[in-house]
Design a protein around this ligand. Structure first.
Ligand code: HEM
Ligand code: HEM
Length: 192
């Protein structure tokens, strides 16, 4: 048994190991998708007027967002059926609770952020044609009020998610650099 992977052993001597390759792969796939969609979202909305480039970037943003949503559904289903390893031994209870709370919120946001973007697109009366091939359903009627509310919701949930991700990443780096308890290495195995 690889002892560096064993993070905690229960009294019943059942070894509880670190994140599996699936958990790590899904974590970084979604993180990469979100960083790209976020950057693209900020960039595309900063372009003035209705240029062909802007319209193309809006489409790419929507396709990427829909893809992230599909992978996020798989990730949540996978996580619901696979337990996460316990926090590193010696972690204060409040930190364990804060981490669990942040993780739950992030699981909700990786689903809800793309949903609000999709509904905003419907409310604006612009159907999503995934990869330029498949027209996805218009889930709500177009309307000015819904459009304004969903646009603001999409933007503010994005900033909320960004703030949580910054704290989440800083906490992981603090565990790695100050506590040196191997928490970051659970998600970045090459650090082990
Ligand atoms: C996790 C996935 C997503 C992320 C991280 C994301 C992020 C963002 C960001 C950062 C912006 C710019 C906000 C601003 O103006 O400050 C934006 C705008 C936008 N997003 Fe998303 N988005 C995602 C998914 C989607 C999806 C699935 C759709 C539609 C199918 C969508 C449609 C839009 C639209 C239409 C805008 C322009 C809003 C405007 O005109 O002000 N997004 N998104
Ligand atoms: C959009 C970006 C990100 C999202 C949505 C995200 C989401 C999550 C979620 C939901 C978990 C909990 C996994 C579980 O126990 O089921 C997690 C764990 C973790 N994440 Fe992230 N993450 C992101 C970016 C990052 C970044 C940039 C870092 C590092 C710099 C990082 C480091 C970690 C680590 C080390 C864990 C394991 C924590 C532990 O062992 O208790 N994440 N992440």
């Amino acid at each position: 048994m690889n002892s560096t992977k064993v993070l905690h052993t229960t009294a019943a001597t059942t070894p509880v190991t670190g994140y599996t390759a699936t958990a790590i792969g899904l974590h970084w796939l979604i993180a990469l998708g979100i960083f790209t969609a976020f950057g693209l979202g900020l960039y595309m909305t900063s372009i003035h007027g209705f240029t062909p480039t802007k319209l193309k970037l809006f489409s790419w943003h929507k396709w990427l967002g829909v893809t992230i949503f599909a992978v996020a559904v798989l990730r949540v289903l996978w996580r619901a059926t696979h337990a996460a390893p316990p926090v590193a031994p010696g972690t204060p209870a409040w930190q364990a609770r804060a981490a669990a709370g942040a993780h739950h919120l992030l699981y909700v946001l990786i689903l809800v952020v793309p949903i609000t973007g999709y509904l905003y697109s419907c409310a604006a009366g612009v159907p999503v044609v995934y990869l330029g091939l498949w027209k996805l359903p218009m889930l709500i009627e177009p309307g000015d009020t819904a459009k304004a509310v969903l646009q603001a919701t999409h933007i503010w949930l994005n900033y909320t998610m960004a703030a949580i991700v910054v704290v989440h990443a800083l906490a992981a780096i603090k565990h790695q650099v100050i506590d040196r308890d191997g928490t970051l290495a659970r998600m970045l195995p090459f650090l082990r």
